[in-house]
Write a protein that binds this ligand. Sequence first.
Ligand code: NOJ
Length: 618
Amino acid sequence: MPHFFLRYSFCSPRWFLRAFATQRPWQAIGQVVLLGMLIGLASCGPSAKTEDKTAATTAAKLAATTSTAKKPDWWKETIVYQLYPRSFQDSNGDGVGDLKGITSRLDYLQRLGVGTVWLNPIYASPNDDNGYDISDYRQIMPEFGTIADFDALLAGMHQRGLKLVMDLVVNHSSDEHAWFKAARSSRTSPYRDYYYWWPAEKGTPPARYSTFDVKKNAWQYDSLTKSYYLHYFSKKQPDLNWNNPKLRQEVYRIMRFWADKGIDGFRMDAFQFVAKDPSFPPMAGLNEQNFANAYNHGPHLHDYLKELNREVLSKYNLMTVAEGAGRNPQEAMLFVDPARKELDMTYHFEGVGVGSGADTYKLNDLKQVFTKWDRAFAQKGWQAIDLGNHDQPRMVSKFGDDRPAFRAASAKLLNTFLLTMRGTPYCYNGDELGMTNSKFAGIADYRDVAARNGYALVQQQGGDIPAFMHGLARFGRDNSRTPFQWNGTANAGFTTGTPWLSVNPNYVAINEAAQAKDSSSVLNHFRRATALRQQRNVLVYGQYTLLDAANPHIWAYTRTLGGERVLVVLNFSSEPRRWVVPAELKPTGEPWLNNYPTLAPGPALALQPWQAVVLLLQ
Ligand code: NOJ
């Protein structure tokens, strides 16, 4: 990372540009790195009895979804829960989360009311980039368990009506993959062309930027065959050569292997980068700010996707989601226009990119981005809705207010947003509790390759370390990777050993066990919101209309489907605010969802700090 997330940030945070304009690049770099049944009961928590009913109804609906698994668009109606296996639940005391740990928590996942779990990579890996460097695509990382553990996990999920999506990382492999070992052994190896090489006798290769490399150079010299190999990410993540049909067939076989096991989909990592011109023409002015755009959409990208669809996807009922596809909505549509037969949905980085590199963000920027993308997908295609993931800071720390007085209300508001927008919600584990960014004492506490290598670079260049550390504290990826906070016992109940990454000290106050007992908790609000979405198709498919676009504090919108129309009003501020409901909109009845116990009736809503309400309109 450091700059990882700028890599995917297609907006241009003014702060970042200013930093680059006024400082030497390394200074800016150092700073930047661094991002129904519910009617009436929503306002105050449901009684235990009501909650049981809610859970039972949700479970019934989930079961129904499973029985209609052949329905092509199940993935539009599901709610995705992104689970970071390394940090979820350790079952054997080695300090690392594992598959048996996840299996032990399946009832929790089911009670959340989510329908699909996306697992970050669990394959064999030397873990240079926490599993995004795969050394064997058909094996489980030993720290995570075995194939038998995987089979048990998948069966347990399916029994509960939960679907499983795997991460597919095929822009690159690990340098410890057998393919790469063979490829680097000789220029005549049959695996040589699985990767990109530049023979030293041709001179220095044309400049290519690497986001995780200590020197930011995507070419690594390998003395064994006197050649450079390409790696857009760390030098332990050599790029796979998609121009080679044999490599593509290997990938399709891997996909079939998992599909035949019965998984339900793939999240396609960095797929927008896979296509490359093997002659490596010069890319003038390639740098930190523009490399993601420069690498995006190389030649034949959509030919590969069509082939992948024909060879694998068309034969299974799999959901596919492309990470960061496209530099703009029009390009992203090329991935997911159903007529093109490529992928199902895409998630963009513009939303999570708002405010990146800065200490604050403007609500109107966020509204504008989500509204623009919604418009582009209003007639066809489908997108994911997210505000955080394992590459981003905690959403409540970035888009909410994580101070104790506002943390819970703002986390509930953000979850209300995710679960009332059009598109499939992607909820990142821990956000249902309102987990926050952590406090790391120094660089030794960070584990992320992007943080470590970014630090080394700034250090080598005599850069501004305090500024770098400030950025890391706000935007470093380890913030969202700390262990899941299950309870108030040692290590938050995540492990009996020493956690691989320190637990956020606030686990004593913020944890699942405490929230499960509290009907007004972030967790129980999340459950009410998932149950509501499961029951109301208007929240899935309804047309989205932005209201009061210029209001800097309130995000208000309607969702309309057939005769049903709902109003969502979100006070994105730590102050009380009034918001006048437009005269033509007539709320009726109690709020479907409210993150405060009350809502004063009347045409002007008196909203509490971070209050979020969902109202049915006449
Ligand atoms: C995107 C993943 O989300 C990120 O965690 C990873 O470092 C890069 N792709 C490289 O695989």
